[in-house]
Design a protein around this ligand. Structure first.
Ligand code: ATP
Ligand code: MG
Ligand code: FE
Length: 340
């Protein structure tokens, strides 16, 4: 099935054409990062207006790059939530309009379901598997038993990993979103230079907490102002990244042991992080676990990732009704109820 996929949950307007849930014919991502950087974070009202401006050109470009016309599309997949309601509404409305005009089915997909299955655009993954989702809004461990069948077994109790990266970068005076900048500086830093906490590492649960780490960064900076760029800045970035990776690796290993999973998928924007990728690769090799981390372009927000679950739902009679609404919050564990 030829699917047009659309994503507009936050600050990326994206469209893609995906064949049979595994082959990307085109993937266009228009980022608003430069616009929001000026404000130090995403401004919802600006995001919605920018999506509205970009949605038609981005969809047209995706079709053009795939060498297709609108009439060739056989189904539409779109992010229904979670995310910014006004931003989601732009993508969902466009998806409905296209599906209605072309008389093809459409389906609203969970944004995190998109992130998790992005890796299938490179190689298939067998069920069941454990998914570690590390992004701007999520740090979650899910047991994935099939499309739509997700069980949360661990999650952050405060900030997400991406939020911790971005807030710590802001404290250091780095531009939003600072995750990638910390990663770049950390490459030449000494990760043992600054002692930072590993929150919740010994609490026996599979949960995460990152707000204390951010506070520890703030306290360190207040006592030891760092010039930018400098060896001290690189050392601090490396130490911070190591602390985040230690906690993510420790809890993921515990989760793998607890549920006996033989396969691990790491997904979401923070999965771009070079330190985390190296750490997960080492851990998976040590444990004999099959690891799937997609290339960085598939870790951040994009539309192609929605074409995987979208294809499954559309091919299995789970199309959405045109009365479907966006949802700013949406628990992954609730998705299975929709199939009952
Ligand atoms: P969610 O998917 O939870 O709704 P989101 O869509 O805003 O949130 P993503 O686009 O998946 O999040 O990821 C963005 C996050 O990834 C940002 O916090 C960004 O700083 C972080 N990130 C991107 N590259 C890196 C990197 N190399 N190292 C660390 N963090 C990174
Ligand atoms: Mg984004
Ligand atoms: Fe995302």
């Amino acid at each position: 099935m030829l699917i047009l996929a659309i994503e507009s949950s936050c600050d990326e307007t994206a469209a893609a054409v995906v064949r049979d849930g595994c082959e990307t014919l085109s993937s266009v991502v228009s980022s608003q990062i430069a616009i929001h950087a000026e404000y130090g974070g995403v401004v919802p009202e600006i995001a919605s207006r920018k999506h509205l401006e970009m949605i038609t050109p981005v969809v047209n470009q995706a079709l053009h790059e795939a060498g297709l016309a609108m009439g060739d599309i056989q189904g539409v997949a779109v992010t229904r939530g979670p995310g910014l309601a006004g931003a989601l509404l732009v993508g969902l409305s466009a998806a409905k309009a296209i599906a209605f005009a072309q008389a093809v089915p459409f389906v609203g997909v969970h944004h995190i379901e998109g992130h998790i299955f992005a890796t299938c655009l490179e190689q298939p993954v067998e069920f069941p598997f454990l998914a570690l989702v590390v992004s701007g809004g999520h740090t979650h461990l899910y047991l994935v038993e099939g499309f739509g069948r997700y069980t949360t077994i661990g999650r952050t109790i405060d900030d997400a990993a991406g939020e911790a990266f971005d807030k710590s970068a802001k404290i250091m005076g780095l531009e939003y979103p600072g995750g990638a900048r910390i990663d770049a500086l950390a490459r030449t830093g000494d990760c043992r230079a600054v002692r930072l906490p590993r929150p919740l590492i010994n609490d026996g649960s599979l949960n995460f907490s990152f707000s204390g780490l951010k506070t520890a960064m703030l306290q360190w900076i207040n006592k030891h102002p760092v010039a930018m760029p400098s060896q001290d800045a690189s050392d601090l970035c490396a130490s911070f990244q190591e602390a985040v990776c230690d906690v993510l690796a420790f809890k993921t290993e515990a989760a793998l042991r607890q549920c006996g999973a033989r396969r691990l998928v790491v997904a979401g924007g923070v999965a771009c992080n070079s330190g985390l990728r190296a750490r997960m690769t080492r851990m998976a090799a040590d444990l004999g676990v099959e690891l799937h981390i997609p290339k960085p372009a598939l870790c951040g927000d994009n539309a192609a990732m929605l074409g995987v679950a979208g294809n499954y739902y559309l091919c299995n009679g789970h199309a959405s009704s045109l009365s479907l609404d966006v949802t700013a919050t949406w628990e992954m564990d609730r998705i299975k109820d929709m199939f009952l």
